[in-house]
Each structure stands twice: as C-alpha cells, then as structure tokens.
Design a protein around this ligand. Structure first.
Ligand code: ADP
Ligand code: MG
Length: 700
C-alpha cells in the first residue's frame, strides 16, 4: 500500500502499532508529515574514521570502520544482553546491548563492512562500546552528504525501542523517500527568490539528508520561516478582525478636560515617549475602529499619566472610562493619585474593589448607570456582571500579566461597541514574543524614563555581609530615606517562608528599635484593612522600613524609598526582582538594590543575579529571562497563549520571526484579503492551516 503525507505513522515501513503509539505519546507525531516536521536540532560531522588503537581515554564518541565477526546473546532471560565482536582489521573491541538485545541480534550484519559509532568505555581493562550505532558501509556511502549526519531529539522511551536519533533518522529517510513527490510548495515564488530560500520539497530532503552544512542550514531556515510566516498571517488577520473590522466609538475631539488638565494640572512636563504614545492612542481612538493596544513601559516610565490622559479623551467625548489593576493596594494607589491630580476638575472618580461594602457600592453603581461617574478604578471586581456602565468607552488594564484572557472578554461585553482597550505592562516582553503572544495587539513602548532618574545601583551580598548591609540601612534612614526589605513567599513552603519573614522582621526590629525607628510589615496573611494601615504609614513616611512579601511587587509608589533589599534573592525570578527593584528610584535621589543570598545557589540563580547587577533595562532583562525560562514560562501559565510550533522555535528563531512579521505585514498591506493571483499559494495554505491549527487564531 502506498502512503502519503497524511497517512498514520503506523503505516510507515519500520513503524508498526507499538512504535506508532510511542511516537504519538512522546513526540506528538501522528502522521507521516508530522514525522517530516521533526527537524534535526543539530548536525554532526561523521566523516572521520578512527582506529581502535586511537582510543586513549573515555571521552567523546568515535567512529570506526570494520566488520562484526561474532554476535551472541549471553546471560539468562532478564539479564540477557547482546555481545558482539567488532574488528577493524587490526584490533577488536566488544559491542554490547542491554536493551532490545533480541531485536538487534537479528538486524546486526555479520561479516560485512560496517560503520560503528559510539562512546568507548573501559570495561575490565578492555574497550567496549555500549549501544553503538551500526550501519552498513554501503548505506553510509550511498547516502548523500556521507558523513554529515542529522541529530534528532528523542526520548528515553523511544530510544529503548530503537528510536534513538539514528533510529529516527532511518525512519525519516524512509518517509522522505516515500512521500517527497507529494510535498507541494507553500511560498510564492517571489518570496522564495527575494529571500533566497530553497523550495519546500528540496528543503525537507536537505534537512533530513543533508548534503552540506550550508545547504542544510538554508533548508532549516526555509522551513522555520514558512511556519512563522503563516503564524504571523493568521495573527495579523485576526488582529484586523478585532480592530479594523470592528466598529469602535470615535473620540473625535480633544476637549475641555484634556486641555485643562494638560495646561493647568499636569505636575510635570511629559516625556517625549509619553507624548508619542498619547498621539498613537489618540489616533487609534479617532478611526472609528476598535483600539486594542499594548503599552509596554519599564517600571517608573510613567504609564499612569498616559492612562489617565487617555481616559480624559474618552470623558471629553461623553464616555466613561475605567482603570483595572491587579491588586487592592494598587487600585487604591491609582484612585488616590488620580483623584488628587483631578481634584480641581469636575470629574467624578470612584473605586470598587473586593472589599467595597455593599452600602458604599450602591451609590457608585447608580452613578455608573446614570453616567455621573466618569472614571471607575478598581480590581477585577469591576468586571463583575453587577457593575453596569451607562456608556463605557475606554478601559485600561494595568499590569496585564495578571489578567486572563477570559477576563478581558468580560470587559468587552460591558459596552456595545466594546470599549477601546489599553493594556499596560511593566514586565517588558521580548519583542518577538510580543509579536506572537500579543500578535493581535498594536504595541506602544515607553522607552524613556522621566528626567532626573538615576540608575539604581544594584549589588549582590551574601549573609556574611549582612552587618555592613544593616549599617547602610542605618545610613539611608539617617538621611531621611525609607527602605523595603522583601522576603520570598512561595506556595509549597509557605509556612517556612512565613517563619523567615517573621524572623527577619524580629531581627530588624532589634537592630532598629522603637522609639527611634518604626518598622512596618505587610504580607498576604494579613487582613486587607491591616495591610492598608501599614502601607499608608509607609507611604506617609511614618515607618522607615517596610518588611514585606512580594505583595508590594507591582506598582506601589513611594518616591522617598531609596533602598530595596531582596532577601533570599536566589529564589526570585528575574522579572520579579526587576519589578521589586522598580519600587525604588522613583524620586530624584540615588537609589540602591541589594540582592541577599546564601553562600551557595544554582547556576541559573547566578545568571539572574548577574543580570540584575549589570542592567536596569527591563527589555534586556526580559530577553535574558526568556533565555533562562523559555517563552512559555515568562508569559505565565494563566494565559500562556503560545502557538504550537512544530518546526520553528520562539527563542532560537527570533530573527526569523521578525522577518516573518515584516513579510506578513507587507503581504496584507498589498492584498488585505489575500486574493491576488500571486498570493494564491498563500491563500490555499492559510485556509488549511486555520483548520489544522485552530489554536493559532485563539491566541490572546
Ligand atoms: P509606571 O510606568 O511604573 O506605572 P508611574 O506611572 O507610576 O510609572 O510613574 C512613576 C512616577 O513617575 C510617578 O511618581 C509619576 O508621577 C512620575 N512621572 C510620570 N511621568 C513623569 C514625567 N514626565 N516627568 C516626571 N515625573 C513623571
Ligand atoms: Mg504602574
């Protein structure tokens, strides 16, 4: 029976039902085409042959040429293993298999020229190769590229069934042979020639049966690019349906309130970046289409004022606005700060959080329904069904990484047409990731800090340096500054962490005793009201040190705080530390961050600490974070709407992604519905891909 690209993998010669099941489970390979898309992750040069006599130490793998002169199963049933003697014309060594001995016994060619590849180990004074790769010289020589081998990722289970890298290679070669005639082109000719990419059929052949390092590399690039291009086409088309194709309220005028605020109440000059972003937002809100924009700005870059002034635009046009923040503390702070900025203006600002009492809620809800509340601030409580707006025109979601996709869609349902949405995040996302996970959002970047900000000096100290650190704390306080001291709090060890926190609090209290010093403490187990009291004290400067868990991570603004001490910092993630550090350096004074650790910590922790000490740039930190944790983890599990990619990789193929984005944009600009004859290939494949990969269009 002949097979095709879509045939179940079990139909491929050499697979069978058991291996097919394993391939599905272990690698997600269902069809022959899935197998072809399992690309090598590197290539190995196997053109050099050694003599057995060349082996000196146990180290890397060697390749030999010779004959197997003897083979036999030895040992009783369970302990049975396959032993073979390999002779290179001068010397001989032993080959041994502990797994799959029976199967291999039959396959092992006797007395014909073979190529043997494996890692020598010294066994009782003699060299031995355990589980070597064996191939007839004839096959080795007939394959193009000869000694240039693809290496595939595989798993323990697959390897034990003979599907290690070379086992997979064998299968894949069979598959390529059988179906290559069917592999059709998916990229238009003009793109292929512009980007100098090989054709698809050749590319698949080349990656699996490489002829040279250079050609294989080009072929890999071609296949990965193709996948990314289609991904970007899907995302950009989706973006169009949620913006251009979707009616949005039009904020035609820059009205009284915006102008009044700008000329009379704005407490500082806007940075160039803030002005630019405001222009981008204004332009978006004036098109009659729906705005869906991501604002990325490092901690302290001044996102709040951008949100507020955009809200004024909505209010000036007769609409309501809301700002949603992830925590109670942060909502309060926004509400207080914004009310203060607007105090001389005729704008009604209200706040709703989880702890807003029913009796306080009622008048607010009434005000929302009759339109007298202009701006609502709050936690996710404000997307509850009971909160009904008269005409919500604009919604800000602050610190988006804590808001799920489902919540965003609830927000959409609050008005018809849905409100313009501005998503703000201080956890910069690497650019290529933003293009993917938030591929359907427009992005703005606040890449400039307000003037006068100084780099936060960051150092790493171990417990041995604690006395000096405390002396520094004392000095800062003597200068009238305030200090944060943050402890980790991680679910699994919550009790232990809690003890650490309390111990820390006590020892600091002893070192900085009342009445001269006052130390606050904030943690997740406290009642919101108590937390609030402590926070307020610190904000008002009544306490000099705030001992806390990461509850203060996002947004909190106390410009007089100049020192952030992160305890057990080896346990913090990069973006979390960066967020925490962003709590200081918010005024004009030189600020500091001290990363405390034990004497020993992991290599990854070291990389994080070094990165923190080296840079204050959130975007640089985000890139390193992505390298350490991988793209999925940095978006968080809650909403990691990452596409399933078979050939490309978000981390490795960052540059290709940028090219793919650009090319996809260009295609859609020329031909928004992808209907021109030159794009026929794209059209056909796009339709197929949307069916095959529904997850691509559901991202974000
Ligand atoms: P984030 O982007 O981290 O949310 P905020 O909006 O909280 O930053 O702003 C941080 C601090 O910088 C606030 O105290 C704010 O008043 C101040 N700020 C914002 N923009 C400017 C500016 N253009 N000039 C001076 N200070 C500014
Ligand atoms: Mg903020």
């Amino acid at each position: 029976m002949s097979i095709n690209l879509d045939s179940p993998i079990a139909y491929l010669k050499g697979v069978g039902p058991k291996r097919a099941e394993l391939l599905k489970e272990e690698l997600g390979i269902f069809t022959v085409f899935d197998l072809l898309q399992h690309l090598p992750f590197r290539y190995e040069d196997r053109s050099v042959f050694y003599r057995i006599a060349d082996i000196e130490v146990e180290s890397t793998a060697f390749q030999f040429r010779g004959k197997i002169v003897k083979k036999a199963l030895v040992g009783a049933k369970r302990a049975s293993r396959l032993l073979a003697v390999f002779h290179d014309g001068v010397d001989s060594l032993e080959l041994v298999w502990f797994k799959g001995a029976n199967r291999i016994l039959n396959q092992l060619p006797l007395n014909v020229e073979v190529v043997v590849y494996g890692k020598p180990s010294n066994y009782g004074g003699k060299w031995q190769l355990a589980h070597p790769e064996v191939e007839k010289v004839e096959a080795y020589e007939n394959r193009r590229g000869g000694g240039f081998h693809p290496v595939y990722s595989t798993t323990e289970k697959l390897s034990s069934r003979g599907l290690n890298s070379s086992g997979l290679a064998r299968l894949i070669r069979v598959a390529v042979d059988e179906v290559k005639g069917e592999i059709g082109e998916t990229l238009p000719d003009h793109l292929l020639s512009e980007l100098r990419l090989p054709r698809r059929r050749e590319a698949f052949e080349e990656v699996h049966l490489p002829s040279s390092p250079l050609e294989a590399d080009k072929a890999l690039k071609r296949l990965r690019f193709e996948e990314l291009l289609y991904l970007q086409l899907v995302l950009l088309q989706h973006k169009k349906t949620v913006t251009v194709d979707l009616r949005g309220v039009k904020f035609g005028q820059v009205g009284e309130r915006f102008n009044e605020f700008f000329s009379k109440h704005l407490p500082f000059e806007l940075t160039g970046a803030q002005k630019r972003v405001l222009r981008e937002i204004r332009a978006d809100m004036n098109t009659g289409h729906h705005m869906n924009r991501l604002l990325q700005g490092d901690v302290g870059s001044g996102k709040t004022i951008v949100a507020l002034m955009s809200a004024l635009l909505a209010i000036d046009n007769g609409y309501q606005a809301c700002i949603m923040a992830p925590t109670e503390i942060l909502s309060r702070q926004h509400a207080e700060g914004i009310s203060d900025l607007l105090k001389e203006m005729d704008i009604r600002v209200e706040i709703i959080t989880g702890s807003t009492k029913k009796k306080d809620r009622i008048p607010i809800l009434e005000g929302l329904a009759d339109g007298s509340v202009n701006l609502l601030i709050g936690t996710h409580s404000l997307i509850e069904p009971s909160v009904v707006f008269k005409n919500l025109g604009f919604a800000v979601i602050d610190e988006q990484h804590r808001f799920g996709v489902a919540q965003r869609s609830k927000l959409w349902a609050k008005a018809n047409p849905p409100p313009h949405v501005l998503v703000m995040t201080a956890t910069p996302i690497p650019r290529t990731l933003a293009m993917t996970a938030y591929g359907d959002l427009d992005t703005s970047v606040l890449d400039e800090l307000p003037p006068g900000r100084k780099e936060i000096k960051t150092v790493h100290r171990t417990d041995g340096g604690r006395l000096k650190v405390m002396a520094f704390v004392e000095k800062q306080i003597a200068e009238g500054k305030q200090v944060y001291m943050v402890f980790p709090l991680i679910e699994e060890s919550a009790t232990l962490d809690y003890k650490d926190l309390m111990d820390g609090y006590e020892s600091v209290s002893r070192r900085f005793p009342l009445p001269k010093y006052r130390i606050g403490i904030v943690h997740g187990k406290m009642k919101p009201a108590d937390k609030d009291i402590e926070m307020k004290r610190f904000v008002r400067g009544e306490s000099q040190i705030l001992v806390a868990t990461t509850v203060i991570e996002v947004g909190v603004n106390v410009p007089n705080a100049t020192l952030m001490i992160i305890e057990s910092s080896e346990r913090f993630g990069l973006s979390q530390m960066h967020q925490l550090r962003g709590r200081v350096g918010r005024g004009g004074d030189q600020s500091y961050c001290i990363l405390m650790t034990k004497d020993e910590f992991s290599k990854e922790a070291r990389r994080r600490l070094e990165t923190m000490c080296r840079t204050n740039d959130g975007f640089v930190i985000a890139e390193v974070d992505m390298e350490i944790r991988g793209p999925g983890d940095i978006l968080g599990t809650q909403q990691s709407g990452l596409p399933d990619l078979k050939m490309a990789d978000l981390l490795r193929d960052r540059d290709l992604m940028t090219t793919a984005r650009y090319m996809a944009q260009r295609v859609l600009e020329e031909d928004p519905s992808i209907e021109l004859p030159v794009h026929k290939t794209l059209r056909v494949n796009l339709d197929r891909i949307k069916k095959d990969r529904p997850n691509w269009s559901r991202i974000s």
